[in-house]
Design a protein around this ligand. Structure first.
Ligand SMILES: C[S@@+](CC[C@H](N)C(=O)[O-])C[C@H]1O[C@@H](n2cnc3c(N)ncnc32)[C@H](O)[C@@H]1O
Length: 232
């Protein structure tokens, strides 16, 4: 495997692979699914033994919450879902019922569990409004130098939004897609989204250090986007 060293990895000779192995097929982030763990480990390794807070939108069967619990031995792991997943709660896993497109429900989560997360991942409903409202609302609650990740950005592509039944979320000219928001950032270094409030847009434009869009060359077209927050 080619040795890549990204995002503060000090040990360029290190062999990655633990996150892929732990993911197995318990979550579709692993190599048997979208292959996102391949790239995440390069960003997450420097945080591996830190007492971090990691928060994921979208729990389903809990595979990814358990993945974070195992990979980060000192982390506190938080998950929200529209379904009650409190059966998963444990010493280090905390679940909460909330709709990711509802700012009041997200605010309730933040008031309950705190406002500074090293990593936030969105693997929820994958609709355009859900992805962008959560991004705008939650980015202020990423710690300086932390990451906000929008997964399954391929839901912006026609084959996928039709498959996922999200067609009604996408305008005919596709100007409201999350992929378009990211492409626009790449081109202009500005976030623009019809779903965001002006103060959310301003905050994002001042606090995003960079965006990395990962697009896997596979039949599934899997895409995830990692936003790093400025470290100040
Ligand atoms: C792809 S699954 C999550 C998989 C999990 N992250 C994993 O990798 O093991 C998506 C989850 O998002 C939840 N979801 C859908 N719409 C949502 C919304 N508006 N707010 C919060 N969660 C939502 C679904 O109930 C489902 O459990």
């Amino acid at each position: 495997m080619m040795a890549l060293c990204l995002a503060g990895c000090k040990d360029s000779a290190r062999k990655f692979g633990e996150l892929n192995a732990l993911a197995g097929n318990t979550t579709d982030k692993g190599l048997s699914g979208h292959g996102f763990t391949e790239i995440y480990e390069r960003f997450f390794y420097p945080l591996k033994y830190e007492p971090i807070k990691i928060f994921e939108i979208g729990i389903e069967w809990g595979g990814s919450l358990r993945l974070w619990e195992h990979y980060f031995p000192k982390a506190s792991v938080y998950g929200i879902d529209i379904a009650d997943m409190s059966s998963m709660d444990s010493k280090r896993i905390h679940t909460f019922v909330a709709d990711q497109a509802d700012r009041n429900q997200l605010k309730h989560f933040i008031r309950t569990y705190g406002n500074a997360y090293d990593i936030i991942l969105d693997d929820g409903g994958h609709a355009m409004d859900q992805q962008q409202i959560s991004f705008g609302f939650l980015f202020p609650y990423v710690k300086p130098g932390g990451y906000y990740i929008i997964e399954d950005v391929h839901s912006s592509l026609p084959d996928y939004y039709r498959d996922l039944g999200l067609d009604y979320h996408v305008k005919d000219d596709e100007t409201n897609t999350t992929l378009r928001m990211i492409q626009n950032f790449v081109e202009t270094k500005k976030i623009e989204s019809q779903y965001l409030r002006p103060e959310e847009t301003r905050y994002l434009n001042r606090h995003i250090e960079y965006a990395v869009l990962f697009a896997k060359n596979s039949k599934r077209h899997s895409m995830t986007c990692i936003f790093k927050k400025v470290n100040e």
